[in-house]
Design a protein around this ligand. Structure first.
Ligand code: PHE
Length: 342
């Protein structure tokens, strides 16, 4: 069944690159979602990713209680492609034209492979763009807010597992030191968590040293014993295979689409591992962008909304415990209720 409202696939007239823009739902309001500029074996893989990521955005907004819908744009770069600055501009202008043609049905933001500077370029062509740099009137980098929201979720998980929201001495394993991962690592260090980090890029190792965190090889990170595992890299980490190796009590991280298939949530549950839906944990970035840019909240009000992720996660954990279900199911039910589909 096709459950997306619109899927646009264009070969960018300037860049020649495949652009996939998927609007999953505008049931709650105009769609929003980031632009992923990343390497894929072929454009069809980019399409698959855009479909999954855009439907996750619908859940993200619904669970966060925001009147926005889910969308995503993927530009599928052939493996190994590096974009020089003029080619990058070409791609961004191609993308901006596709967005403009949708007339406000969808607005873009940054995602893996794009930044506020890229949003500024898109903003030269279309007004439907979030997270432009502050001097251009946007809310800027969303990753510190995503990290803050993740921290809020981790407090809720810690309270649920240990009766104490304090993260002092808690063993946390963070996978991925990209934009969000690095901010989160700093927040967790500030809270004295017992932090282990990894990244597929060994160049991130000095950050571990700077923070006094333990660096661990990315190849064996999943089997490291820990209290809470925090996926903050690309999706698809949790598969039927990898769940066997896990030695943690809970998983809560900002990476989008962590489960390889929805069934993995059931496997984790049977292994006694709590999995908090990624679309709930990772909502801080969009909450900040949407509430400040669209709803004109000030920084304090918006930060309160981001921190409310702690309450949302606590509610999911309570619902799961009292109704003998999983936080995954409770999150799904919450989103579907808001979407009016149940
Ligand atoms: N990368 C963000 C996310 O997945 C996308 C985004 C940020 C969209 C800000 C709109 C505004 O949540």
């Amino acid at each position: 069944m096709l459950d997306h409202e619109q899927i646009l696939i264009r070969r960018g007239p300037r860049s020649g690159l495949p652009i996939v823009l998927a609007v999953h739902s505008t049931a709650l309001g105009p769609a929003a979602g980031g632009l992923r500029l990343w390497h894929y074996p072929g454009w069809r893989d980019g399409l698959t990713d855009a479909l999954r990521l855009s439907s996750a955005m619908t859940l993200k907004f619904a669970a966060a209680g925001l009147p926005s819908g889910g969308g995503k744009t993927v530009v599928a770069l052939p493996p190994g492609t590096e974009l020089d600055p003029p080619s990058r501009r070409d791609v961004l202008r191609d993308v901006a034209e596709v967005i403009n043609a949708l007339d406000g049905t969808y607005a873009v933001g940054p995602d893996v492979g794009t930044s506020p500077a890229d949003m500024a370029v898109i903003g030269e062509t279309t007004p439907h763009v979030f997270c432009k740099p502050p001097h251009l009137g946007g809310s800027g980098d969303s990753s510190p807010h995503t990290a803050q929201g993740t921290l809020a979720a981790l407090h809720a998980v810690s309270h649920h597992l240990y009766g104490d929201r304090d993260l002092d001495g808690r063993r946390m394993t963070l996978i991925g030191l990209g934009h969000v991962g690095e901010h989160l690592a700093r927040l967790l260090t500030a809270e004295n968590a017992d932090l282990t980090v990894t990244d597929i890029d060994p160049a991130k190792r000095p950050l571990a040293e700077e923070l006094g965190a333990t660096w661990h090889s990315s190849a064996t990170i999943l089997s490291k014993e820990t209290d809470i595992l925090i996926p903050a890299a690309l999706g698809g980490l949790l598969t039927a295979q990898t769940t066997h190796d896990l030695r943690c009590r809970a998983i809560a991280g900002p990476a989008n689409n962590q489960l390889d298939t929805p069934e993995v949530a059931g496997l984790l549950h049977r292994r006694g591992i709590l999995w908090i839906p990624d679309y709930v944990v990772s909502a801080g970035g969009v909450i900040n962008a949407i509430t400040t840019e669209l709803h004109h909240l000030d920084a304090t009000q918006s930060s309160t909304r981001v921190n409310a992720i702690e309450t949302i996660v606590t509610d999911l954990l309570t619902t799961a415990a009292t109704q003998d279900t999983t936080p995954a199911q409770a999150g799904h039910d919450l989103a579907q209720r808001r979407l009016g589909t149940t």
